[in-house]
Design a protein around this ligand. Sequence first.
Ligand SMILES: [Zn+2]
Length: 88
Amino acid sequence: MDEIDLTQQREECERAEALRRVRNSAADEDSPSPDGGEEPVICRDCGAPIPRERLAAQRQAVRCIDCQRDYDREQALEAKLYADGRAS
Ligand SMILES: [Zn+2]
């Protein structure tokens, strides 16, 4: 192995290290809970973190309150359309 190989290897190491640092700091920012350390639950529709209180009330929540309301309304509308369609 000559000098150039060693230099390249070192550069790759440093790049990987820098990447790891960036990933770690990004993960820290994403975590809303320094106490719990749990992964934040992300709204399936808008990608916003779902508030802890909502998850406490509804453990299976996959949407934030706003998106869930929209979703429920759409579901209700679809159910109504479906029922109307069957009736006629
Ligand atoms: Zn949402």
